[in-house]
Design a binder for this molecule. Structure first.
Ligand SMILES: *Cc1c(COP(=O)(O)O)cnc(C)c1O
Length: 396
């Protein structure tokens, strides 16, 4: 039986050619032709003042957390329904993630709950654009400016998506992108830090380049470079950026294909939503999604686990998303386990379907047929209904 994987990395065209070119140019370390090419393309296309390419979105989040000057005991407001890196970036500096519940429609941070979570230790808000659908940034930026907080958009999933005609990643003081192989535009492992508030630029360059002022030296602003602050090594290789450039220059083609797959899933699954057995992703009118993921919300955890195992037995690899961070072992240890009813509810009944460039109409039909036939049989049979979810994976 042919298998349908959850994800399959897509080669757009010239990635390997550009890697060969980077080698021929004689600079495969950082900040050469292709690193700058990627950064400039992202800046121009999305109206971001400055983009610094990074080895991962995790590295970009860590840099952003350092730029917020977080001290032990400081607090950062974010959703618990996110990838671990959002919280880890903050916790590694001794600061505390303060988890706020998500909206039941977009599964993004519930902006109406942020105000009540602010204390005199709050330094920043890290909204996460789940599935490439924008958070309610107008209110979030307003709250931040009223309380003098830094906003860091975790736009790992939000490259090439828009909120009220502004690109995700261009709205917060800082923002982060991911080019991990599970995202829309990829280079294996990769990311970027977007800087929209100029006051962070110099410090960001220093953190990224081992705590030195080497970038100023390259620009001829100083005559030698030296150790000036605490930093790390967050400059990606030219080889990685050469690969990414091959993807970014075909961004519109890649985006069109994801849209086609997403819309086809939606069209075929709407009948199931009409009869009330699943809920499909919601995209508010003022948001343009990048179709990063397609998910189903089913009735409860037991149906979720049964459907995952039914799909698996049909050769289809679907995953759930995420194990919420507030109730994770580290989240509990840090004292972050607060009641988050919507998060707990949706995390237990969400399934992500395969969504990648090579997912042909035939394969989509197979996925849809399997889902339909699952709901046609009596899925409340008690013999199957108690399954541990530990046997399934959570996606990145
Ligand atoms: C993928 C992802 C990350 C991590 O990105 P990497 O590039 O793998 O470090 C962070 N936050 C969110 C919301 C993500 O989806």
């Amino acid at each position: 039986m042919s298998q349908i994987p959850f994800n399959e990395p897509f080669i757009a065209g010239k990635e390997l050619f550009y890697i060969a070119q980077a080698v021929a140019l004689g600079n495969i370390a950082g900040d050469g032709h292709f690193t700058m090419g990627c950064a400039n393309l992202l800046e121009e296309r999305y109206g971001i003042s400055k983009v610094l390419m990074m080895p991962s979105c995790t590295a970009a989040l860590e840099t952003a957390a350092m730029l917020c000057d977080l001290q032990p005991g400081d607090e950062v407001i974010m959703p618990s329904y996110t990838f671990v890196s959002t919280a880890n970036a903050v916790a590694r500096l001794g600061a505390k993630p303060v988890f706020v519940d998500v909206r039941p429609d977009t599964l993004n941070i519930d902006e109406t709950l942020i105000q009540a979570a602010i204390t005199d230790r709050t330094k920043a808000i890290f909204p996460v654009h789940y599935g490439g659908v924008g958070c309610e940034m107008d209110l979030i930026m307003k709250i931040a400016s009223d309380h003098d907080l830094v906003v860091v958009e975790d736009a790992a999933q939000g490259v090439n998506a828009f909120y009220k005609e502004r690109a995700l990643g261009s709205i917060g003081h800082l923002a982060t992108f991911s080019f991990h192989e599970t995202k829309n535009y990829i280079c294996g492992e990769g990311g970027a830090l977007c800087i929209n508030a100029d006051r962070f630029l110099q410090q960001a360059e220093i953190i990224r380049d081992k705590g030195t002022n080497r970038q100023q030296f390259f620009r001829g602003e100083i005559d030698k470079y030296t150790w000036v602050d605490i930093g790390s090594s967050y400059v990606p290789s030219e080889i990685t950026c050469a690969f990414l450039y091959g993807q970014l220059e075909l961004l519109d083609e890649i985006a069109a294909r994801r849209r086609e797959i997403f819309e086809d899933y939606r069209r075929q699954l709407i009948p199931l939503e009409k009869v009330g057995v699943v809920k499909l992703p919601v995209v508010p009118k003022h948001c343009v999604t990048n179709y990063h993921l397609f998910y189903l919300l089913v009735k409860d955890r037991s149906v979720r686990d049964q459907l995952l195992s039914y799909l698996k037995s049909s050769g289809i690899h679907a995953v759930f998303h995420y194990v919420p961070l507030h109730s994770s072992p580290k989240g509990r240890e840090l004292g972050c386990d607060v009641p988050l009813p919507v998060t707990d509810d949706v995390a237990g009944r969400l399934i992500r379907l395969p969504l990648y460039h090579g997912l042909t109409a035939d394969k989509r039909a197979k996925v849809v047929d399997a889902i339909k036939s699952f709901f046609e049989k009596d899925c409340s049979s008690p013999s199957e209904s108690r399954q541990a979810s530990d046997g399934f994976e959570s996606g990145e």
